[in-house]
Design a binder for this molecule. Structure first.
Ligand code: PLP
Ligand code: ZN
Length: 414
């Protein structure tokens, strides 16, 4: 990997070579010692440019391969990940009170969430290392995307999910042939159990944050958005936050483009958490260190009481002069309906939380009318049908007669 200089501990700054089996810092341990990939941007510039991308017909996340810590032209999974649509959502913008709003629909990935970008890297690394089994613990989407991407190249997966994971996500796992461990406990307990199993059986570890390469896949959401905007940088990017890997990756995508000379400014970052589980947002609001919280929200993908990538997430918001916001479950459900109705985009609860936060930040005057915004939809609404129906309500029941029709039509104003 000529494009990678070294891995750097976010806690103590110690450097490590990006070798097989290296996940976290030996000094700081697996909770604190999360590693960041440090690149050689001069080398990257020799491999990719705005011009070279114009001529690149490969429309998936691997068009940005020079920005990723994988072997050049090394093995990859088979699923098409990335190049999701970026919609200029004028109707939504008007409703919210913004001039310019883009919605990045990352629910349009092979397993229907942004997590595919991370899992594609994890599977590429597992192939490089000739691993036979890949393991992760997840609130649901990292799990199904790991299982799907692994299945595409015949790697076995063992997946730990908390018992509360929505049925749609668990069904995906089973269909992809994963060995699913439904842990009857919290996400934190699920994570710990998977760590124990990985240690014991020596599987490839795709756990959030512990694996330093997953964030590098997630950053392609931003590189891609920027290219789709013809290398214009929005004033704000808005993401929902659980473990913190997604928002850290989204910011890093812009930092990479800046360092490689593609852009000359950076966006501000807004991190959105559910009010019932917001350890990072609450820490920022109360100007203190973060501490664990309970997982009280229906937005299961961001119900993370002990975020694994707190340092990188907090740093992204701070360095970008960004903000944190929290949203209630009602606000999330309302945003789900709102975005569906005014943009035709259907997000799962965690996928709609960013929009809920954006509405709040505009209403508060933190994000101004003339500022341009990219809001990410991180997961598809069909992942969690139970909550979608709860948000949207039941259809009108019609008797199969002319009288029944007339009665039903009255209900919708005809
Ligand atoms: C994982 C996930 C998030 C949050 O990403 P983190 O890296 O855990 O912060 C947000 N939305 C959806 C749909 C997700 O699956
Ligand atoms: Zn360290």
């Amino acid at each position: 990997m000529k494009n990678v200089k070294y891995l750097e501990c976010v806690n103590c700054g110690k450097h490590y070579a990006p070798e097989k089996g290296r996940y976290t810092c030996d000094v700081c341990g697996p909770s604190l010692g999360i590693l960041d990939v440090i690149y050689d941007y001069e080398y990257i510039k020799t491999k990719v440019s705005k011009e070279s991308l114009k001529n690149n017909k490969n429309y998936d996340m691997w068009r940005y391969e020079p920005f990723m810590a994988v072997e050049e032209d090394g093995p990859k999974g088979k699923l098409r990940v990335g190049w999701s649509p970026l919609y200029k959502a004028d109707g939504l913008a008007k409703e919210i009170g913004l001039d310019t709003l883009y919605v990045k629909d990352d629910g349009i990935n092979p397993t229907s969430s942004l997590k595919d970008r991370a899992s594609a890297i994890a599977v590429a690394k597992a192939l490089e290392e000739k691993a036979e089994v890949i393991c992760c613990s997840s609130t649901g989407n990292a799990a199904s995307s790991t299982a799907g991407n692994a299945a595409s190249v015949g790697i076995k997966s063992v997946i730990f999910v908390p018992g509360r994971a929505p049925q749609g996500k668990v069904a995906q796992l089973k269909i992809f042939g994963a060995n699913v461990m439904s842990v009857q406990g919290s996400y934190e307990e699920t994570f710990k159990l998977s760590a124990e199993a990985i240690e014991k059986y020596g599987w490839y570890n795709r756990n959030a944050a512990v694996n330093p390469y997953c964030v590098e896949g997630k950053k392609t959401v931003s590189i891609e958005t920027c290219e789709q905007m013809n290398w214009e940088v929005p004033d704000w990017i808005v993401f929902s936050v659980g473990d913190g890997c997604t928002i850290a990756g989204a910011y890093k995508g812009y930092v990479d483009l800046y360092e490689a000379g593609f852009i000359d400014k950076l966006p501000r970052v807004a991190g959105i958490q559910a009010e019932g589980c917001a350890p990072l947002a609450h820490a920022w609001m109360e100007k203190r260190e973060w501490k664990p919280e309970e997982e009280n929200t229906l937005a299961d993908s961001i119900a993370v009481g002990v975020p694994r990538n707190a340092v990188k997430a907090l740093r992204a918001v701070e360095k970008s002069n960004g903000v944190w916001e929290t949203v209630t479950d009602e606000e999330i459900m309302d945003a789900m309906r709102f975005m569906g109705k005014h943009a035709g985009v259907f997000g799962e609860p965690a996928g709609s939380a960013g929009m809920a936060g954006l509405r709040k930040l505009v209403a508060k005057g933190v994000i101004k009318k003339h500022e341009s915004v990219v809001c990410a939809v991180t997961g598809n609404g069909l992942k969690d049908v139970v909550h979608a129906i709860e948000a949207a309500g039941e259809p009108i029941k019609v008797e199969p007669t002319s009288e029944g029709l007339a009665k039903a039509m009255k209900e919708i104003g005809y």
